[in-house]
Design a protein around this ligand. Sequence first.
Ligand SMILES: [Zn+2]
Length: 364
Amino acid sequence: MTTGIVYSPIFLEHKIGTHVESHTRLIAIMDFLKENGVLDDPNFKIIEPRKATIDQIKYVHEESLIKEVKEVSELAEKTGYIQNLDMDTSVSGKTYEASLYSVGGNLEAIDQILNGTIKNAFAAVRPPGHHSNSYKCSGFCIFNNVAIAAEYLFREKNFQRVAIIDWDCHHGNGTQDIFFNGSKSEHGELVMFNSHQDGRTLYPGSGFIGEIGSGKGVGKIINFPMPPRAADDVIEIYFDEIISPLLDEFKPEFILISAGFDTHHTDQLTYMGWTYQAPANYLKKIREKAKEYANDRILITLEGGYQVDKQAKAVYNCLRVLNNEDEKLIEEKPRISEDDLLNYINTKLVPALKEKLTPYWKCF
Ligand SMILES: [Zn+2]
């Protein structure tokens, strides 16, 4: 069985000048995959994206947001100047179209996973999505790719239980906001696991352990704010102590991952301490749960990551793990967290998070 890689040059057309969320991020990824044999390997297949329909975008976004992106894109096209949706979210003449393909690429990957053409997939798409909520585009994001993918599984593929794991260094506040009261569809249960640099030290300033959802979504939003400089060992504690028992209880039928690679210790926007093999090692653990409950179904969607050479290596590593080639990981020198930081995680953060979740889950 093969691993799909969603990619199209249309994603480069969301071209927004010297912005750090640059089209060169994708070029670096694809060049690295080519140089290292992934694109010539029959175990990997390029998935051509399709356009999502407006009705599908409306699964999570208000019509006014869609209209704004379309109109601002048209203005950029007409004037030849990049436009801005907010302080840090820019739009080119092709952003609207690229965004429809970015969502649609994820939906196409889901279709191919479900019809057995591929086993799992990595969507190397832009623009990213996890900061956009139902009514506002923010933080370099346009349409919320992963949230629409989840609703697509509920509404068009009749899935009952979907897990989203967001490992971008910034809190996935848009996705959390969309699903704070549970899935948007009548049926369908969604659980979202966030891990990110502590919001007191990084945009968007949210994602604390008390944010656990409400209504039918109560207890199903889980936030793990990591102190600056946290290394690879911290995410493993989160998985073993929180995610693993919760997934055993929830039994997801599909796992969606919002994958940012801005947790790397050299990333220019953040202050975390991960290596470029850390996401892949985390993914190995997630893969075991997907095997147990979800018939191996994993779709990874690209979010942030601003040290382009390190991001390319991290993506390559994740693809090898998706394809069960753990021996082919490219690794840098391991990094471990300071004792004080680990002590805080083990004696303060993890117990406090469990206490918040205890009323809603039997496993704690
Ligand atoms: Zn990020």
